[in-house]
Design a protein around this ligand. Structure first.
Ligand SMILES: [Zn+2]
Length: 319
């Protein structure tokens, strides 16, 4: 489990220069960005003998900093680099004082949020090779009306992004359910003879996970549709797991009140990642499944921060 506190790349130098006692710092910044202009390992001779270095730039679409990695860390970083298939590569430089760790495409929310932001604003990329390789990652953004017109069978399981406002939260529906444990199966399991059975996968489980399933009325200027926020989408917007929220609303059964954490979605502007289902294609159903979601408010805040920052794009980070 990794925990990070990220700052905007544009703020990096003002933050770094504010650290006192730079030789033995108590704090340091963790950096996340897109890896660009990767220059593989090469050997250079220093006054201490030969050492290996590699260089790359870490960029967020506005700012780009060159990173130089030395010695053993350069060798291990390069080994990591050559194993990575997915592009663009999102790099995290984690300052665990006194040493530094470098992660590529770590499977966590900060990385997927960054990837999403890069994909939706792919024009922000500067390097031509990066633009080419990230092009295939781009998910098309549609209005709800355009989404409802994607009824050809070739769109089954396709993903699209829709920027919507949550008009209403369907408080009459259950907001969580016992979910099948199999990856990518969103089916509700039934408790039969003390076991949880998924009829879709035809499998039994001794325990089942509690997952979000929140129905909201989402609208944009073209249409309004009911969307089901599945676990990942709901978790990202609400900021906690279903299990945690259930524990917090333990008196839910007695009071029949709907959790305030979910009610506050009303009026929010969010981006939904919609996966077109059999029902959307075959039955022309206009209830859409959101497998992921992004808070528009959050990204707007970080953008306004970087606009006011006076980060230079030419300084180098030596690590
Ligand atoms: Zn299943």
């Amino acid at each position: 489990m990794h925990k990070f506190e990220f700052i905007d790349l544009g703020d990096l130098f003002s933050v770094a220069s504010s650290y006192r006692n730079a030789e033995f710092p108590y704090y340091s910044a963790d950096v996340i960005g897109v890896l660009e202009d990767y220059q593989p390992l090469k050997t250079i001779d220093t006054k201490y003998g030969d050492t290996q270095i590699l260089k790359f730039n870490i960029a967020d679409g506005r700012h780009s900093h060159q990173v130089t990695v030395w010695g053993a860390l350069a060798v291990s970083t390069h080994a990591q680099y050559v194993r990575i298939v997915e592009r663009p590569i999102i790099a995290i430089l984690l300052n665990t004082i006194p040493s530094l760790k470098i992660y590529f495409n770590l499977d966590n929310e900060a990385v997927s949020a960054m990837r999403q932001r890069i994909c939706t604003t792919a024009k922000g990329m500067t390097s031509s090779t990066q633009t080419e390789s990230s092009a295939e990652m781009v998910i098309e953004t549609l209005t709800l009306k355009q989404l409802s017109e994607k009824t050809d069978t070739k769109y089954l399981k396709s993903n699209f992004l829709c920027k919507v406002r949550v008009k209403n939260v369907k408080e009459n529906d259950n907001w969580w359910y016992f979910c099948c444990n199999k990856n990518n199966c969103h089916e509700e399991v039934s408790k039969i003879e003390g076991k949880y059975k998924c009829f879709k996968c035809n499998r039994n489980y001794p325990i089942a996970q509690k997952r979000y399933k929140i129905v909201v009325l989402a609208e944009d200027e073209t249409e309004a549709f009911n969307c089901v926020l599945f676990d990942r989408a709901a978790k990202r917007i609400i900021g906690k797991t279903a299990t945690k929220l259930i524990a917090e609303t333990i008196d839910f059964e007695t009071t029949k009140s709907y959790p305030a954490d979910i009610k506050q979605l009303k009026g929010k502007d969010i981006i939904l990642k919609i996966e077109l289902s059999d029902d959307n294609i075959m039955l022309k159903s206009s209830i859409y499944n959101a497998t992921d979601a992004y808070d528009c408010g959050a990204s707007l805040t970080s953008e306004s921060v970087s606009v006011t920052a006076s980060g230079s794009s030419s300084e180098n980070v030596e690590v």
